[in-house]
Design a protein around this ligand. Structure first.
Ligand code: FDA
Length: 398
């Protein structure tokens, strides 16, 4: 005998648990289905195990989407302060780390336990681990064929996330289901991801692996332009760190990034003016402003001798050195892909969904929320806030 529910939520991650809890607490009979053996692995590993669960400044300006205004309604109906209120009610210790980013003091497990408790308050039924073989339309709603038997539901909420980190259970389920119901997708691609470079061109920078420093990075033009001032990390395969993760969401294959390794100064000007007064060699001079290993490696990679005395250098050469530091242009050959990406850019086209409820306009009762939707936040708690806000929007509608 099939089991009948008002709502079947597919994916018990951040968005799915939030949606199920809200719908359940409104008196809906909800079932939450997930194929994973372990609950909410992405929350567990997020924020280095401390879950950067929201950002106090979250607004539409912090999200990428074909339609940048789509997220406004859900974000304003369920805000960072609303989620923080829930965190406080559960007496979970938290702190602000950087630019409005809120983290648990102890562990991301506390956020999972809180969402689980909220689902329990809504009497949510669980099917987990449970494989979904097919979803079909019936007269009164939907039929799900699953490894736990047939499930009937008036509404289906797809909260199965994006493609990032397949190792912990990410699948293209949401995108396949969207296509099955005739909904358009914005081509998905990895985002918040380290960028890589062609092996031979990266050779000179290999000795810099492990060095971190604050930089300015930018890419793109006009509306699509990204610009961040964050930490950069040199790795063996390329560049990482918050600056690169942020800019990776804006970067288009084949185009350059411009990095300013010393954003606080005009290096060429300081070097040329310093020729009269600064009695130092280039290596010692740069090491005043940059990590010593970077100063040394940078000079070698750009064919300068660290021993050369500033006073003996032609202005033209100093200008070249200054420009290399203030405007380093490099073209990545790709990214580390979904294996390392924190999120998936693109997804279910927002033009197919109601911005108030997340329901597909072409298919009554079918909802998409969280990362599956073409709304992608910057690094810094914005992606969870979208999961909470879109989850609540659907939870209040189903
Ligand atoms: P989410 O991925 O959380 O959940 C999807 C669920 O669907 C999973 O439980 C999965 O098992 C299930 N599922 C998938 N396919 C299925 C199928 N075929 N059948 C049944 N179930 C299926 N964001 C942030 O704001 N702050 C942070 O600190 C971090 N940190 C971070 C670290 C790392 C390493 C990663 C990879 C990501 C982050 N993120 C983040 C991003 C954040 O984790 C992400 O945006 C949200 O988890 C998205 O929530 P969803 O509920 O949409 O998907």
């Amino acid at each position: 005998m099939p089991t009948q529910f008002d709502v079947a939520v597919i994916g018990a991650g951040a968005a799915g648990m939030m949606c199920a809890a809200v719908a359940g607490q409104r008196g809906r009979k909800v079932v939450l289905i997930d194929h994973a053996g372990k609950l909410a692995e992405k929350i567990r590993i997020s924020g280095g195990g401390r879950c950067n669960f929201t950002n106090l400044h979250a607004g539409p300006q912090n999200y990428l989407s074909r339609n940048p205004h789509f997220c406004r309604s859900a974000l304003s109906r369920y805000t960072a302060q609303d989620f923080l209120g829930l965190v406080k009610r559960y007496r979970i210790g938290y702190h602000e780390k950087h630019k409005g980013q809120l983290f648990c003091d102890d562990s991301a497990e506390q956020i999972i336990a809180m969402l689980k408790a909220e689902c329990d308050l809504g009497n949510v039924a669980w099917r987990m681990p449970c494989r979904i073989d097919a979803v079909g339309k019936t007269g009164a709603g939907f039929r799900l064929d699953t490894s736990a038997g047939e499930i009937l539901a008036r509404s289906v909420v797809v909260a199965s996330g994006g493609l990032s980190i397949p190792k912990i259970g990410a699948t293209d389920f949401a995108f396949r289901l969207a296509r099955q119901f005739g909904l358009k997708l914005v081509e998905p691609r990895p985002a918040l991801v380290p960028l890589t470079f062609e092996q031979s061109s990266w050779q000179p920078f290999l000795p810099l692996a492990g060095i971190a420093l604050e930089v300015e990075v930018e890419t793109g033009e006009k509306k699509e332009r990204g610009h961040f001032r964050e930490d950069l990390l040199f790795t063996h395969r390329g560049l990482s760190g918050p600056a690169i993760l942020q800019i990776s969401s804006f970067w288009q294959p084949g185009t350059p990034l411009t990095l300013n390794l010393l954003p606080a100064m005009d290096v060429a000007q300081v070097l040329i003016e310093g020729k009269k007064t600064l009695r130092k060699n280039l290596g010692n001079l740069l090491a005043q402003w940059l990590p010593a290993r970077l100063a040394e490696g940078w000079l070698a990679a750009n064919d300068f001798s660290a021993e050369a005395r500033l006073a003996d250098m032609p202005d033209k050469a100093l200008r070249r050195l200054g420009e290399s530091l203030n405007g380093w242009r490099i073209v990545p050959n790709g990214s580390e892909g979904y294996r390392k990406a924190e999120v998936t850019l693109g997804g279910v086209d927002t033009r197919e969904l109601s911005q108030q409820t997340m329901m597909a306009s072409k298919s009554e009762g079918l909802y998409f929320i969280g990362e599956a939707v073409d709304v992608t936040g910057w690094l810094g708690g914005y992606n969870f806030q979208w999961a909470w806000s879109s989850g609540v929007a659907a939870g209040l509608s189903v």
